[in-house]
Design a protein around this ligand. Structure first.
Ligand code: HEC
Ligand code: HEC
Ligand code: HEC
Ligand code: HEC
Length: 208
């Protein structure tokens, strides 16, 4: 007990000096500093969340969406570069195709499982009947493959509304900078859009 007192007594003056130094150092700084909120206000008046500088640019090809988002614009991942058989007009010319099994050979892997039971959608519900390089809306107007959300949105208007607002689908990469979102067909196969049921990858052990 005695020895302990003896040792700490030697340390006390040093500790007191240190405390003085720290206090002296902290005092002048604190007085002159602006509050953090003042600084934020000075930079952003009025605050515009779209003015945040881009952190990392999205590297995939994108197009400007033909939709409004909170009074501004946003971008969508482009699709054409992903479509294996694009450009379709490299085969679909004015000339008639005659070969045997031509359809089977070229589009055998396109199986449509989309629509109501026993009433599946047909190719020309979505594809333009003459210009194969384009999709077609219900009024016969062309839709670009990069803007296929316009096609889907005619029938699935609720999901499209949610998608525009960010409640369905996914944003690419960043929360700051340009808003870029996945296209409907980045996730859904238009010919068979329903996802297969899957078992969870990780088994959760029961808690007890
Ligand atoms: C390698 C050649 C080739 C390419 C590339 C190609 N097609 Fe075809 N397509 C054919 C042939 C052959 C047929 C069958 C004959 C016909 O209808 O002209 C066909 C038929 C079709 C049909 C009608 C199917 C039916 O049941 O009547 C659609 C729709 C179609 N193609 C869409 C497309 C689209 C969209 C693309 C581009 C993404 C594309 N094709 C690219 C060769 C091709
Ligand atoms: C629900 C609308 C819809 C229907 C029905 C539909 N398609 Fe498509 N199809 C699309 C869209 C959208 C794309 C582009 C997909 C993408 O962005 O990757 C596409 C892509 C294709 C492609 C190119 C695929 C590739 O990667 O090369 C071919 C070929 C094609 N369709 C043929 C057909 C044929 C033939 C039928 C009828 C048997 C048909 N489609 C029915 C919407 C549809
Ligand atoms: C012409 C109208 C029409 C178009 C265009 C269309 N769909 Fe569909 N889709 C339907 C119908 C009808 C069903 C069946 C709905 C049902 O059974 O309740 C369906 C079903 C679906 C389903 C499965 C829903 C479920 O819960 O089973 C998905 C996902 C889907 N569509 C996505 C898409 C996407 C993505 C596109 C654009 C590439 C698209 N659809 C274009 C009419 C359409
Ligand atoms: C990031 C991927 C992704 C994107 C982008 C996306 N979806 Fe989906 N979608 C899903 C998933 C996941 C489900 C749920 C599937 C399930 O429960 O089996 C789904 C479900 C659906 C359904 C079934 C009904 C429902 O609401 O559950 C429809 C219809 C649909 N999507 C249409 C669309 C349309 C139209 C677009 C574009 C405007 C789109 N999706 C964009 C992933 C996506």
């Amino acid at each position: 007990m005695k020895r302990w007192v003896h040792r700490t007594a030697g340390l006390l003056p040093t500790a007191f000096l240190l405390l003085l130094l720290i206090l002296a150092g902290a005092q002048p700084g604190a007085a002159s500093e602006k509050s953090f909120l003042d600084e934020v206000k000075a930079v952003n008046t009025p605050f515009d969340n779209r003015s945040v500088a881009q952190v990392l640019p999205v590297t995939q090809p994108t197009v400007l969406a033909k939709e409004d988002y909170q009074g501004g614009s946003f971008r969508v991942l482009a699709r054409k570069q992903e479509i294996e058989r694009f450009k379709c007009s490299s085969c679909h010319t004015d000339k008639e195709v005659r070969g045997k099994n031509a359809l089977e050979l070229t589009h055998g892997n396109v199986v449509v499982q989309h629509g109501r039971e026993g009433n599946a959608l047909s190719c020309i519900d979505c594809h333009h009947p003459e210009d194969r390089d384009a999709l077609e809306d219900k009024k016969g107007r062309k839709i670009d493959f990069d803007h296929s959300y316009q096609l889907c949105g005619q029938c699935h208007f609720r999901q499209k509304r949610d998608w525009v607002g960010g409640a369905h689908g996914k944003r690419v990469e960043n929360w700051a900078g340009d808003r870029v979102v996945y296209n409907c067909t980045t996730c859904h196969d238009p010919h068979s859009p329903k996802f297969e049921k899957r078992f969870p990858v990780i088994y959760a052990v029961p808690l007890n």
